[in-house]
Structures are given as structure tokens and as C-alpha cells.
Write a protein that binds this ligand. Structure first.
Ligand code: NOJ
Ligand code: CA
Length: 703
């Protein structure tokens, strides 16, 4: 049920005790539904719009400026006068197509301020603030008006004046990539100068501002409050990074087009929501739905084809070098590229289909199936064909064999960042898959964007990804994008936008220094707040010495299982080679774990240290628990309060063996089981770099 009513409309002068002593022309206050947060909107004496945020009387964001600067129109950052304000309350709940909870409450108080500048070149600008119990969203709105019928935004001057030099978990404000390990430092120490990112010779990386971070940017105040800054509903606009300025102030910096324009638009237009999530514990950030609530409702009428699923893939074998993505073409004839063999060949893929069918795993990704990979790394434009399989990949036979076995093939479109080329083939490529009965595609934008010096997080790519999503909705294709634009909750509107990468994921363990044990203890509170990640867990052969003796995965085996619960995604990968799962007792957990949930609880967490999450499956009564730690061993006791009263459960526990250690003994695990009920206690011991996964199988309920 939804009700929305107008609390009051006024264009009067209201003076409240202020956050600083500057003269004001106008001030009004909005409270969150539970009364704990207060948002002050201020119009300064010179007509600059400003806002401040308090929590229980304590300042969280001190008086901060708002405004936009245009290319050939007057700036919208000063000389405004108040036209009107209105306040209203909205309370509704809605049902996501899939997600970590079955239902989402959307309850906020809203303040809309209409402002106008004097003179011929003056603009009309509306600011919309939504204050939830768990944070704030606000955006700029420009109604249709003369002088802005075609306009370029050169700068957005949104400020967040923080009250201290908070501790932050951050990655650089790279315009192209989120594939970094997180740093932890004081806000004032956010600085990439001297950091050994080795990006000087990487055309697919661009850090223009060293004292800046990509969002979500999460921090902890001295008082132990957790804040995370991000954006919601990034539409027809550029992605936002946050630059650190004097006085603990963050300022929005938009990712540019190649000529320095930030946003090319025309009135009427809206900015994305600028968001601040606030929680007393790290878990409060994880269970907040603020970003999704600030997006538009589902735009896809028939969602019956959208299906969360686990998937295997001709993928890890490519990354560890067991097989190759490509064939080679010499004097017009195709052959294997030197020894390793081509992974995406008909026989190999048939075996994967058999494996999936045997174990009830729905999806199967095949990379390296189409022509063009033979040019990878060679400066050649438009080499990928999205409708031409390699000659040893019999796509018709495989699509039919998969269908017959109840397996969904997942297509792959590696664009190598060549966006214009991909768009020219997009409709044809989606129609090709649709006609084969393939309804999920992994896209990829590895490499610098072509056209040159456009960026993965600029407006061009924001619009591109929207086109892909709309085409996906039309052709019945779910999308899992790698090297994507950041997620901002658009999966609410396009629930075919499943997981995305935009993270330093599992593949880094295959060929780089890898992801230390703390990495996955940071992700839930940073990158994961933006949306589901395709992290690709489930590696059982953690050292894969047969293929890459110098590389490894930096966890125990039990931690790999726990990641299926901790890292939320509707499309978790079952990433290891089938031969490493076959006959392995711990594989049962991966087969059993759900992919869609009715309830999620964070049982304990400290960012970068440990986290434990429990989730109840959507279609049933079973619960799953995942607990992970960084390098440190830990012992926890959890009261099983989340279980249903009066119901018996069998807890199947997949844990680190006593001698397990990510470094010296990663494979050592044990499986035990016992009967439990609500009110019992679960004792959890985690090895260094370890984890624990528990499946609570629901039995008889109360008589
Ligand atoms: C990078 C992606 O992250 C990875 O998953 C994929 O296998 C390669 N690009 C090739 O497309
Ligand atoms: Ca990647």
C-alpha cells in the first residue's frame, strides 16, 4: 500500500538554530520518519543553496554547498531566490524480482525546494531531498526552460563537509576501473601519489585526481558511526567521484567526456541522487535499501524469464592457462594456438553440460566461442564478431544439447571496450542468442574504451549500458557486465541487469599478486553497497600448482563456501574446474546453497576484519550462514535467534579443520552435522584466512 500526502507547503521564512553562523536568507528543516535525522536546507544571503545533516542533534554533514556550472550558460550555484517549498511523506513497500530480501520498505520524508535566479540568463532549479531513517538522497532537477534547451554541465559543486578526518575504505577515483584492493586511511590521506598501481602504461586506467575516490566511499567517524557516499539512478549523466578538499570536505567530480565536457543534456533534466547511508554498525549499511528505493520501479512487464541461477563456465581454465580463449588462423585455416588447446570446443562444452546436469547447476558460461579472440592485444578495431562461432564450436548442437539437459547456456560478449563496434552489432547479437534459446549474456569491456579517451564511467558508457539493458529487456536477455559502469540500483528498474563485476575479483588470484584474505571482508561494506558482484567464488584447488605454481587463492576452502552467503549476487559462479568438484564432499554446499533470498541478517562485522551473514532462501525455510575472516583466526558464538520458533533444523557445518590456514594448509576442512533449534548457540572457529558455511535444513515445524 502506498500513501503519500502533503505535510505542508510554504514559501515563508523559517529560522532554526544553525550549523554555522553565516547569514541566511531562508532555512527549513526536514526530519526522517523516525525523527533521528534532520536535514536543513539553507539559502545563503547571496542565494547559494546549501544543506546540512544532523543525527540526534550531532552534525554529520556541516553546511555544504550545492550547484552546477554550465559551459555557455550562467552557473546555477548562487543568486537564487526561493519560489516555493513543499514537504510530503511516502510509505510503501515493494517486491523486488530477486534480491537479498523478499520485500522492501520505502519510507521517507521529502522536501522539494523550487529556486529561481533573476535576470535574462537566470535558471529555475528544483532540489529534491529524501530523508530515510537510514540516510539521505538528494538530486538536482531542472524543469524545461529557455537557455537550457541544450546545455553542457562542466562541474557539479556538490559538497559533503564532514565533521572530522574520518577513517575511510577507498579505491582511487579511476575513471575506468574498480579493479583495485581497498586502502584504509584517514580521509585526508586519500592519495594515490606514490602508489604502485603501475598504471602509467595502462591505457585502460585513468586516475586524474590523486586525492579522490570512487564510490561507494565508506567511512567510520570517531563516534563509531558508519557513513557511505554513493549515487542512485545514474541516468543520462556522468559517474561521480569524490575529491577530498581542505577541511574534511568531499566534492563531487564528474567523469569527463574526451573534450572535458562532463554532462551533455537539455532541460528538462535530473541529476542522479547523491546518497549518504548512515548506520550504527557496518551491518546496517549492508541491509539498507536506500539506493534501490531511489530508483524507478520495474519497467519490464513480463519478468518470468528472469531467473537467478548458479553457473559454471569455460572460464577459470582460461585464466589459469589450462586452455586458451582462441584458435589461430594461418593462411586461411584454423588451428589450435600452440599446445594448450581451445577451451570452447564442442566436446569440452558437452562435458560441462553433462556436469551441470548431473549436479543441478543451471547456467554455463562459455568464453572464447566467437571469432576475434585471435586478434586480442593486437591494435585492431572491430575484430570481434558476436554472431560467428569458431569452427570447433558447434553452437546449434550445443544449444540443443543444453536445452535437452535443462542447462542454460550463458553467452559471452567481450567487446574489448570497443563500444561503437558492439553497438553496431548489438541487436543482431541479441537476436542471434534469443533464436538459439540463450537468455543470459556476460558482457565485458576489458581495455580502454574506443572511441579513445572516453571512459568506462563517463556519460557515453552510462548511456551505452542503458541501451544494452533495454535491448536485453526486448530480446529476453539477462546481463552480467564486466568492466561495467558502476551500479546505482538500476536493477530495480531493469531486473535483467543481474550481477556485475567492477571489482578486483577471483581472476586476480589466477594471474596477479592476488586478493589478500582481508579483501572479501571489506567488499560487503564498500563495493557491495552498489549492487551484486560477480566475484566468482568456489575455487577448491586453491593452489592450482599444475597450471600456475606461482599463483594461488588466499583463503581456506571453507571460506570459499562461505562466500556464497557473504557475497550477494543472483548469479553466483561455481568457478573451479569440474574435475575439482566431482566426488568432493564439500561440493554439496555449493549445490544446496540458494540464489534468491527472503531475508538477510548480518550477525557480526568489522570492516576488513570479519563478517557473518545469515540468509533464508526465497522458496523454502532453509537458512544459510557464511562467516569469514581476514588473516586472523577467530572464535564466535552465535545465538540461533534467526531460526523459526518451534522448528527443527539439521545444521550441516562446513568448517576449517583445526590445522587449517590459508597459507600453509588451505584445503583442510571438516563437515559435521547436528540437530539445532532457535535458541541454541552455534560455535564458530575460523582459521587464519578462513571461513565457515552452514546449511540449516528445515525439518518438522511446531505441531
Ligand atoms: C575480464 C573479465 O573480468 C573476465 O571475467 C573475462 O574472462 C575476461 N575479461 C575476458 O573476457
Ligand atoms: Ca575484469
Amino acid at each position: 500500500m502506498k500513501y503519500s500526502f502533503l505535510l505542508l507547503t510554504l514559501a515563508a521564512l523559517l529560522i532554526f538554530p544553525s550549523c554555522d553562523s553565516e547569514e541566511k536568507d531562508f532555512q527549513t528543516r526536514l526530519s526522517s520518519p523516525d525523527g533521528q535525522l534532520q536535514l536543513d536546507f539553507v539559502l545563503s544571503e547571496s542565494g547559494q543553496p546549501q544543506y546540512a545533516l544532523q543525527r540526534n542533534g550531532q552534525i554529520v554533514i556541516d553546511t555544504s554547498g550545492l550547484g552546477l556550472v554550465f559551459k555557455s550558460a550562467a552557473a546555477a550555484n548562487d543568486s537564487f531566490q526561493l519560489e516555493s517549498t513543499s514537504m510530503s511523506e511516502t510509505r510503501e513497500s515493494w517486491t523486488p524480482v530477486w534480491g537479498p530480501t523478499a520485500s522492501i520498505d520505502n519510507h521517507y520524508n521529502e522536501l522539494v525546494v523550487m529556486l529561481a535566479q533573476n535576470g535574462d540568463r537566470g535558471h529555475r532549479m528544483q532540489l529534491r531531498f529524501r530523508l530515510f531513517d537510514d540516510g539521505l538522497g538528494f538530486r538536482y532537477e531542472f524543469p524545461e526552460q529557455d537557455g537550457l534547451d541544450s546545455v553542457v554541465i562542466m562541474e557539479e559543486q556538490t559538497e559533503f563537509r564532514l565533521t572530522g578526518d574520518h577513517e575511510a575504505w577507498w579505491i582511487p577515483a579511476d575513471y575506468d576501473s574498480y579493479e583495485y584492493l581497498f586502502n584504509k586511511s584517514k580521509l585526508s590521506e586519500i592519495d594515490t601519489v606514490g602508489m604502485d598501481y603501475g598504471i602509467a602504461d595502462r591505457p585502460d586506467r585513468m586516475i586524474a585526481t590523486p586525492h579522490a575516490a570512487n564510490t561507494p566511499l565508506t567511512m567510520r567517524t570517531q563516534d563509531g558511526l558508519y557513513l557511505s557516499f554513493h549515487e542512485a539512478n545514474l541516468t543520462d549523466y556522468a559517474g561521480m567521484t569524490l575529491a577530498v578538499q581542505e577541511g574534511n570536505t568531499l566534492k563531487s567530480e564528474l567523469v569527463p567526456w574526451r573534450n572535458g565536457d562532463k554532462v551533455r543534456t537539455a532541460s528538462p533534466f535530473l541529476s542522479p541522487w547523491r546518497t549518504v547511508q548512515i548506520a550504527e554498525s557496518p551491518g546496517g549499511l549492508v541491509t539498507s535499501h536506500l539506493i534501490l528505493n531511489l530508483n524507478e520501479p520495474n519497467a519490464i512487464a513480463d519478468v518470468s524469464w528472469i531467473e537467478p541461477m548458479k553457473y559454471t563456465g569455460v572460464w577459470w581454465e582460461l585464466h589459469i592457462g589450462k586452455t586458451d580463449w582462441s584458435l589461430q588462423k594461418i593462411e586461411g585455416s584454423w588451428s589450435d594456438k600452440g599446445g594448450r588447446g581451445h577451451g570452447a570446443n564442442t566436446e569440452n562444452v558437452m562435458e560441462y553440460i553433462d556436469f551441470n546436469a548431473r549436479h543441478g547447476i543451471t547456467g554455463l558460461l562459455v568464453e572464447g566461442w566467437n571469432t576475434g579472440w585471435e586478434y586480442w592485444g593486437i591494435d585492431s578495431i572491430g575484430y570481434f564478431s558476436f554472431t560467428t562461432p569458431y569452427p570447433d564450436f558447434d553452437i546449434d548442437t550445443l544449444a540443443a544439447y543444453a536445452k535437452k539437459n535443462g542447462v542454460e547456456l550463458i553467452g559471452h560478449h567481450e567487446t574489448a571496450g570497443q563500444v561503437t563496434h558492439y553497438e553496431s552489432e548489438l541487436e543482431e547479437a541479441f537476436a542471434y542468442y534469443r533464436d538459439l534459446g540463450i537468455k543470459a549474456v556476460k558482457t565485458g569491456y576489458a581495455g580502454p574504451i574506443l572511441p579513445e579517451r572516453e571512459y568506462h564511467h563517463g556519460q557515453m558508457l552510462v548511456e551505452h549500458h542503458r541501451r544494452v539493458m533495454e535491448a536485453g529487456a526486448e530480446y529476453g536477455i539477462m546481463v552480467n557486465a564486466h568492466e561495467p559502469v558502476k551500479q546505482t540500483g538500476l536493477r530495480r528498474t531493469y531486473p535483467n541487469w543481474m550481477a556485475q563485476e567492477g571489482v578486483q575479483g577471483m581472476e586476480y588470484n589466477a594471474w596477479s599478486e592476488g586478493n589478500p584474505p582481508s579483501h572479501t571482508c571489506i567488499l560487503p561494506f564498500t563495493r557491495m553497497l552498489a549492487g551484486p558482484i560477480d566475484y566468482t567464488p568456489g575455487i577448491f584447488d586453491l593452489t592450482f600448482n599444475e597450471y600456475r605454481p606461482d599463483n594461488r587463492v588466499y583463503t581456506t576452502l571453507a571460506k570459499q563456501l562461505a562466500l556464497y552467503v557473504v557475497i550477494y549476487t543472483p548469479m553466483p559462479m561455481v568457478a573451479d574446474l569440474p574435475e575439482n568438484y566431482e566426488g568432493h564432499p564439500a561440493f554439496q554446499f555449493i549445490k544446496d546453497v540458494a540464489v534468491d533470498w527472503s531475508e538477510t541478517q548480518v550477525l557480526n562485522a568489522e570492516i576488513g576484519e570479519y563478517v557473518t551473514i545469515a540468509r533464508r532462501e526465497k522458496e523454502g525455510r532453509d537458512w544459510f550462514l557464511g562467516s569469514i575472516t581476514n588473516e586472523q583466526a577467530r572464535d564466535f558464538r552465535f545465538p540461533l535467534d534467526f531460526l523459526e520458533e518451534g522448528r527443527d533444523y539439521r545444521a550441516i557445518i562446513y568448517k576449517d579443520a583445526a590445522a587449517a590456514d590459508w597459507e600453509s594448509n588451505p584445503q583442510a576442512y571438516e563437515i559435521t552435522s547436528r540437530e539445532v533449534q532457535r535458541g541454541d548457540t552455534l560455535q564458530v572457529s575460523l582459521a587464519p584466512g578462513g571461513g565457515q558455511a552452514v546449511h540449516f535444513q528445515a525439518g518438522e515445524g511446531a505441531k
